[in-house]
Every structure is written in C-alpha cells, then in structure tokens.
Design a protein around this ligand. Structure first.
Ligand SMILES: [Fe+2]
Ligand SMILES: [Fe+2]
Length: 203
C-alpha cells in the first residue's frame, strides 16, 4: 500500500468507526478511540511494534460495545472490524492481526499474546488515568448512576479497577507513562476526601 492510499484507507476506517461510536456512551466514543490511537502510536514507536496494526486496532477496538449480548464487547468489535477492514481493502494478514489484538483487549477469554495486542491493551488503560481518566470515570458514573463515594461508586470503580491496571500493563513504555498520571489521580482522591472532611466539620 502506498503512503497516499494508506492515508485514504485510514480515513475510511475512521469514518466507518464514527458511525458506530456515535451510539456509545461518551466514555467510549470516537474521542476515546482517537486518544487510544495516539497512545498506541507512541507505545508502538517506543516498543518497536507494527504501527498500522496498532492504529487500526485502536480505532476499532470498542465499536461493538452495545453489540450482541452473547458475545463480549471485544468479540463484537473484532467481528465488525473484520468487515470494515475487508471492505476498505486491507490484506488478510493485516485483518487477522488487527482482529487478534481487538479480541484480546478486555482479557475476557483471550489473552493479548502479540506485541501489538499488548500495546492496544496498555494504550486503552492509559486513557483511564490522569485528568482524562477521571473525566471518563465520572462520565461512566453518570451513565451508571454511581455516587461519588461509598458503595458501588466512582471511587470503588477507581479502587477496584483502575488502580489494578498498574500491575497488569504489558509494556515497559506504558508503565513509564502510567506512573505520573496515576499519582495525579491518587492526589485527586486525597483532595476529594479532605474537602468532604472540611465540609462535614463546617457549619
Ligand atoms: Fe473495550
Ligand atoms: Fe477502550
């Protein structure tokens, strides 16, 4: 594929993805996919992975989030991605490798075994940390009806899911980027609790 046509192909994929993401919650919209693509590009360069596989997988990884209930969202996304990539004209080899990365990105029944799949997993997690991660967490909490703190809350999701990502990242590059964004979030929750204590002691 020449450079010019590979750009056209990517544009076509973004356009196709846009339609699917328009129906999703705002924590998993096209902007999320575009940020995961940017993280993925960074990690692919740092880890010497195949850039096009990572980019395509990132763009399409969540398109099936409200798909068939008997499948995981990763399986639904992978199936839809295969159709889009075939129609766009990508080779069977690329289609297969992108599919393998997408299907394993939630680690439900499949493990990310290729470097590109591991990078997609890590890039996705990097969009759940820092100020952007907190914004996404509260957006998700709004959709789910979670309170800020207490049982089944934004804070418990943070403690039980997001905190745990740190130990599950695959690449060294991702761990380096994760650390400061994670510390920022830890400070945020500390500050939130300080404010709650101040409010409860005033008046
Ligand atoms: Fe996902
Ligand atoms: Fe995602």
């Amino acid at each position: 594929m020449k450079n010019e046509s590979s750009r056209d192909h990517l544009q076509h994929v973004i356009l196709a993805a846009k339609g699917f993401y328009a129906r999703k919650d705002r924590a998993h919209d096209l902007d999320h996919a575009l940020r995961v693509r940017e993280w993925g590009k960074k990690l692919a360069v740092e880890e010497d992975a195949d850039l096009i596989i990572v980019e395509l997988a990132a763009l399409l990884h969540d398109i099936g989030r409200s798909g068939a209930v008997e499948k995981t969202h990763a399986e639904s996304s992978a199936g839809l991605a295969v159709n889009i990539l075939h129609k766009t004209g990508y080779s069977q080899d690329i289609v297969e490798r992108v599919k393998d990365a997408i299907v394993a990105h939630s680690r439900e029944g499949y493990e990310p075994n290729t470097l590109e799949a591991q990078i997609l997993y890590d890039a996705d997690k990097l969009d759940f940390v820092g100020a952007i991660g907190l914004g996404r967490l509260f957006t998700l909490g709004g959709v789910q009806g979670w309170p800020l703190v207490g049982e089944n809350s934004c804070e418990t999701f943070y403690q039980e899911k997001i905190r745990g990502y740190q130990e599950h990242l695959f690449t060294r590059a991702a761990r380096v980027h994760f650390e400061p964004l994670f510390l920022y979030m830890e400070e945020f929750w500390q500050e939130l609790h300080n404010e709650r204590i101040k409010i409860s002691h005033s008046g």
